[in-house]
Design a protein around this ligand. Sequence first.
Ligand SMILES: *Cc1c(COP(=O)(O)O)cnc(C)c1O
Length: 358
Amino acid sequence: MNLLQRDRMNTPTTIALASDTETRPTPSMREAIARAEVGDEQKGEDPTVNRLLERVCQLLGKPAALFLPTGTMCNLVAIKAHTQPGDVMIADRMSHVLRAETGAPGLISGVMTEAIDGHSPFGCFTAEQLQTAIDQITMMPYNYAAKASLVCLEQTQNFGGGAIWPLASWQAVCATARKAGASVHVDGARLMNAVVASGIEARVWAAGADSLWIDFTKGLGAPMGAVLAGDQAFIDKARRIKHVVGGAMRQAGIAAAACLHALDHHVDRLAQDHDHARELAQGLSGIGGIRLVYDQPQTNIVFFEFEDPSRDSKAFVAACAAQGLKLSGIGRRMRAVTHLDVSAAQIARALEIIRSLA
Ligand SMILES: *Cc1c(COP(=O)(O)O)cnc(C)c1O
């Protein structure tokens, strides 16, 4: 296949706002994949995977890391490593781990879940709310109470419209968990969006966490792969669980090369996605009958809905798709997510389509 054909493959005519997972590997990412040195990942012998793990350890300020095929598997493995069946895992009510992972914490780890309604901003709870939840879980004497052993945080908050957890409250939440003897696990599917938008380094967000991961298949634009990091004892445990769930791979350097390429070329440009999300939100707020669900987006996710609750969002999403605009419908809301395969011109065109159909 020549470069021109590959370029064409990367400029689809649809406006792919349904998710930032719709990114396709760029021609230069494909070249990095083709050039990748490989070995047996399962045995720790893939040089490209090992280089990726070193890079992520530096980025996150953690001593050890593990390459996994998906972010979902990072959450699954980490929760299993941090808990015993019957323990309580605390998370925001609208977190991905509670709402979009098929009940895996119950199925695989046998944990009970305690949901907190975070509103500061939406999807982000406070240290006081966490303390209240811990006090309720542990209010009974020792031989009655369940064990609150894990607190899961999400940065940015997907169903909170890509909100960034404020640093002071993030640090207070981590300290509160630690004081209660609970581990802190961070779902950092879009941590790098938070880093770019806030200007606060990844290692600062990571400091209070016992484990955290970043996803390469969202705004970073790789076809697969996520890296989970923590201390050596945690990663040793996680490696065994990864094997249990079939996540141990072979010549995974093919995938890791794309992730390294993404770290080199696709981090700073996330700012452009955030600009596009703001432009989209501004445009949407001027369309009659539609309102934004949250304030102006902090990162790359925009939720909107019809003012008239009887209007069918599914039919609207389908009508947009027929015009070449892919959105996702979540309940009665529409979600648009910007990424490297969405241009400013496409944002303008998306607004025209939405205006004409709304
Ligand atoms: C996408 C996503 C995940 C799951 O990651 P995959 O790589 O798609 O398995 C987990 N948490 C959040 C917040 C996400 O957006």
